[in-house]
Design a protein around this ligand. Structure first.
Ligand code: TYM
Length: 329
């Protein structure tokens, strides 16, 4: 079975990315052949600083290894190192509906927040579909916020297969049972995000332990005193989910364990549990990040493996669409 997922290098990585992304990558690489991509081409769809993109690509690569990906076993690589991604995006744009792209909620949210809306922001989901389809992917571990993009990738695969003959596996998403949508600690009605969330309500993976504890201590809770999940209790539900993930218990077990306790106890314990979860990651990350030549060696290894895996699909796409091919280059 092939597994593929991608993560953007820009913006500080946060607890939502850890739970919906990193943690799932390390788990799903055990299911089969894993491809994990730093989607640097996606990061230029909103205004970016070139220096920042460069450094954060290396930061993220170190973080992917620090959180458990094995670059020798799985293929961990940067999207821009494999030109098939940009090519696949163009070819797939022929079978992507303009109307459907305009209905993507992430596009609408991001476009609403800025004056300059790039064409790339609009076509972003086509690039993402290409990422996935190039590898004949069966499963895509992602958080809930990427569901609509994955559904679009499935539609694109089906449309291409119907028009040009079966070329792609139609992929399925894997969403975490708990924590598929981690919310901002200060504004629990919106998702945790370094671009759209609050500073205090976003726990970054490299925050100091004291900062993490403080952010949880000041988390917004709800009216009432019971520690239980519910639509009327978005703040407490979010804390329960985070504690469940960090301690390996179910949310139900946590509700039972905290019956009769106060919000203060819950907030303290979630903070401690998240510090315990992230501290070893931080240590490994700092060590790996210090050895840039080794990171570049491993990135080159990933690029070679990703090129070899994606080339046959790209070739099939060109051929089936009717392009003249010149044989082996
Ligand atoms: P990105 O870089 O925004 O996020 C990486 C992963 O983190 C998950 N995530 C969350 N999960 C739970 N709660 C949250 N608050 C939260 N915020 C983020 C995301 O769902 C994602 O799994 N478009 C993608 C990158 C991408 C991709 C792909 C993913 C490009 N090509 C192909 C899968 C397959 C994105 O911007 O993710």
């Amino acid at each position: 079975m092939r597994i593929f997922s991608g993560i953007q290098p820009t913006g500080d990585k946060h607890l939502g990315n850890f739970i919906g992304g990193f943690r799932q990558y390390a788990q799903t690489q055990e299911l089969g052949e894993g491809y994990f991509c730093i989607v640097d081409l996606h990061s230029i769809t909103v205004e970016h600083d070139p220096r920042d993109l460069h450094d954060r690509t290396l930061d993220l690569f170190a973080m992917l290894i620090a959180t458990g990906l094995d670059p020798e076993r799985s293929t961990v690589f940067a999207q821009s190192h494999v030109t098939a991604h940009a090519e696949a995006c163009w070819l797939l744009s022929a079978v992507t509906s303009y109307g459907q792209l305009g209905r993507m909620t992430q596009f609408k949210d991001k476009a609403d927040r800025r004056e300059f809306v790039s064409a790339g922001l609009f076509t972003y989901p086509v690039l993402m579909a290409g990422d996935i389809l190039l590898y004949q992917t069966h499963r895509v571990p992602i958080g809930e916020d990427q569901r609509q993009h994955l559904e679009l990738a499935r539609d694109i695969a089906e449309r291409f297969n119907a028009r040009f003959g079966k070329t792609f596996v139609v992929p399925e998403g894997i969403y975490p049972d708990v924590g598929a949508r981690i919310m901002d600690l200060q504004e629990p009605m919106r998702k945790m995000s370094t671009t759209g969330g609050t500073e205090q309500g976003t726990v970054k993976l490299l925050d100091e332990p004291d900062t993490i504890r403080r952010k949880f201590r000041s988390a917004v809770t709800d009216s009432g005193r019971e520690i239980r999940r519910g639509d009327d209790k978005p703040g407490v539900s979010n804390l329960i989910d985070i504690l469940a993930v960090a301690t390996g218990r179910t949310p139900g077990e946590i509700e039972v364990a905290y019956d009769g306790s106060g919000y203060g106890d819950l907030k303290r314990d979630v903070g401690d549990a998240v510090v315990a979860l992230l501290e070893p990651v931080r240590g490994r990350y700092l060590e790996l990040r210090a050895d840039e030549p080794e990171l570049l060696r491993l990135l080159a290894l990933g690029a070679d493996k990703a090129r070899a895996a994606s080339t046959p699909t790209l070739e099939a796409m060109y051929e089936r669409m009717g392009f003249v091919r010149l044989g082996q280059p």
